[in-house]
Design a protein around this ligand. Structure first.
Ligand code: SAH
Length: 571
């Protein structure tokens, strides 16, 4: 007799487009299909099986037994689950029935588990990208699992900052579980943590709600809902829930982006939080989560708080302290307070780190002014502190990097003392001279106006406008991307130096004697043209060389084509 086969098929969330080809093939090859009524209806139109057996929700075991029996009689049988059959589905159950009968792969019927898109994935796709980082699924059904175990898993996942997808969150009779789950989560995560409720993903009655941890229970949650809870760095954006992928974010003024370029990312210094491969130590400042601290507050104490519970907690606390001694009295006080007020324990000492933001910017004392006052130095020292860095750059500015969650405060504090706080990166920067310490001050207002109107403008590549107040041009404006030299109450203009590299060259003089009123409109026109038309990362000199004309100015080759002798060989 021909050996039978069981397919355990996950058919995805429910619509035709999200079933795999293998799942459809399996269903179409099958003599018998078995599944829960609702699911059978979802796939009925796809199949030609001889018999389709739909059973009730709680009849999984007999369904699996029947499937095995049919396969042993030489039939091809599909047992179906929604989503993935290995995620709270039929796969494990089919194997359990087989194992009980002494089945082995070599001697028994053939078994194929056909994977499907599980609710965590289908629901996540409808919410945006909430899963992205380490995540877990927790079923709140305590029909087959003791609630105490489920509670522990929620606690562990909450503590370890997992994104969590709750399956089976609520049914007619089980309404309390999701309330308990919320309470546990609130001990570790902010009440504003994004939560997505997806009901019947990719089915007719699909419904999506974006809410947060505090308010999630005000919405309809049922048997067909998956509840996705973000981690401590998940955020809302444009009706979506997004969990960022990495740990560190960079703020610059006016933009936010990943701090490291792709080739820099895997270096040790780019990942100060990683486990050191030689010492096995995670760098300090990124402390490991101490689960032991949590032992002191169990869910019960927060729920039924009162003096008696508090005393019990404090007793166990002191016992604990005798051995571990690593909980500060402040933490202990907070825990005590939480027991009395029934308020969820505040996250400061329980929760994992959230994403750290590195704020990067430049400081300068002014456009013309090069002198920093003692007061300004004090404020800089206070702001940069132990964790920031303060670096002098070739373009006459200080480059500052500070881990912070509050860039606005930093900017305001520095600006209050009269410092210029400037963006870095691919932006326009004005590099003026010191106007002979103010002796040749006539043109300073023009330099300041350029800074005010164009400084910080986002461009395809960094661009320095050099501005020098006399014909000596001793701050070397002609070696900047755009050079402006004030001479005889008018301006000379230079465009397209190659400021770096072994083939560096000065900029091309394009115009002399520009009237003061015409300077800024002309400059704006050139920069706008470059901004609109240059390729990303194309520096001004390259752009000028490629297009051969900016504004009315024709390109001339300023690079010296000197023949370089080969280095002589030694004897
Ligand atoms: N095997 C399935 C899970 C079965 S448990 C899978 O991998 O997806 C049943 C639970 O799954 C439901 O209570 C609900 O939480 C979730 N679920 C299944 N299909 C869903 C859908 N289309 N939309 C939202 N949640 C769904």
């Amino acid at each position: 007799m021909q050996k039978g086969k069981i397919f355990v098929v996950g058919f995805g969330p429910g619509d035709r487009d999200h079933i795999t080809k293998r799942a459809v093939d399996a269903l179409q090859q099958s003599d018998h299909i078995m599944g829960y009524k609702t699911y059978v209806e979802l796939i009925r139109h796809l199949v030609t099986a001889k018999t389709i057996v739909s059973t009730g929700m709680t009849e999984e075991v007999s369904r699996a037994q029947q499937a095995v029996k049919q396969a042993e009689a030489g039939n091809i049988v599909s047992v179906i689950s929604s989503g993935d059959s290995g995620v709270y589905g039929m796969a494990g159950l089919v194997y359990e029935v087989l194992i009980e009968k002494g089945w082995t792969e070599a001697t028994g019927i053939e078994v194929e588990v056909v994977p499907g898109i599980s609710a965590i994935n289908s629901c996540a796709s409808l919410l945006g990208a909430p899963v992205m980082h380490d995540s877990c699924t927790i079923s709140l059904s305590d029909h087959l699992t003791p609630w105490t175990v489920i509670e522990k898993r929620i606690e562990a996942a909450a503590m370890a900052d997992f994104v969590i997808a709750f399956y089976n969150p609520k049914s007619g009779r089980r309404t309390r579980q999701i309330v308990e789950a919320q309470q546990i989560l609130l001990k570790y995560r902010s009440s504003e943590t994004p939560v997505g409720l997806v009901k019947s993903a990719y089915r007719e009655n699909q419904n999506i709600v974006l809410t947060n941890l505090a308010e999630m229970l005000e919405h309809d949650i049922g048997m067909l809902t998956t509840v996705v809870v973000g981690n401590s760095s998940t955020f809302f954006y444009d009706n979506k829930i997004i969990t960022p992928r990495g740990y560190q974010r960079k703020y610059t003024l006016g933009e936010e982006k990943q701090i490291w370029k792709p080739h820099q990312r895997l270096k040790k210094e780019a990942e100060p939080w990683a486990l050191d491969q030689e010492t096995g130590v995670a760098k300090s400042g990124f402390e490991r989560i101490e689960p032991i601290k949590k032992n002191l507050i169990n869910n019960q104490s927060v729920k039924t708080a009162g003096i008696a519970t508090l005393e019990t907690n404090l007793k166990s606390q002191s016992k604990f302290e005798q051995t571990q001694n690593n909980i500060s009295s402040l933490e202990m006080a907070r825990m005590a307070l939480a027991c009395i007020t029934k308020e969820p324990v505040k996250s400061e000492f329980l929760v994992q780190q959230s994403i750290e933001s590195i704020f990067e910017f430049a400081i300068s004392p002014g456009v013309a002014n090069k002198v920093i006052t003692p007061k300004q130095m004090q404020v800089i020292a206070e702001i940069v502190g132990e964790n920031g860095t303060f670096e002098y750059t070739p373009d006459h500015r200080f480059y500052v990097k500070i881990p912070t969650e509050n860039p606005e405060f930093i900017v305001n504090r520095l600006r209050e003392t009269g410092l210029y706080v400037l963006p870095i990166g691919d932006v326009l920067n004005v590099k003026a001279c010191d106007f002979c310490n103010g002796e040749k001050a006539d043109s300073i207002p023009y330099a300041e106006e350029i800074m005010d109107s164009l400084g910080g403008m986002k461009l395809p590549k960094e661009l320095h406008v050099g501005f020098n107040g006399c014909g000596m041009a001793c701050y070397r404006a002609v070696f900047d991307d755009i050079g402006i030299v004030y001479r005889k109450k008018k301006f000379d203009l230079f465009i397209g130096s190659k400021p770096v590299g072994r083939t560096a060259h000065a900029a091309q003089p394009v115009a002399e004697g520009i009237a003061p009123d015409a300077l800024i409109p002309l400059l704006t026109k050139i920069i706008e043209e470059y901004k609109q038309n240059a390729h990303p990362n194309e520096r001004l000199f390259k752009y000028f060389k490629r297009v051969k004309k900016i504004g009315q100015f024709e390109y001339q080759d300023m690079s010296c084509k000197i023949k370089i002798e080969e280095a002589p060989c030694g004897d």
